[in-house]
Design a protein around this ligand. Sequence first.
Ligand SMILES: [Zn+2]
Length: 128
Amino acid sequence: MRAQLMDRPVQAAQRRKAVDSGALALKDEWQMRHRLARRLLALTDTIVSESTIVVEPAAQCAMSVVDGVMFRWRGSDLVVVRRCAHCGTGRFESAPITQRSDLRYALTVWQPYHRECEPTDPPDDVSW
Ligand SMILES: [Zn+2]
């Protein structure tokens, strides 16, 4: 009985701590949404509704799809996520996108491949 009474303040403190961090996480989530939306507006001229941005608080990661292109923002890096150019599966992250030319490169020049999907040089012509 005595032990239970002594436990109560500790449990209450743990509960308070959990509530505080929950509120903090929610504030962080909206900050991440807001910052990603601003970055995407600057890069793509597209207004992204913050409520459509998906946030993974545990991974400190926010994601949004603009015109079919998936953007992932983590820490201070914004990257484009694309599928394998050969088989259309998997998820590959581009180099960090800091300006429009990075985005253009990631969408037009960069071709991500699984190791086994990489194009090989055509076989030597042995028909002679
Ligand atoms: Zn592949």
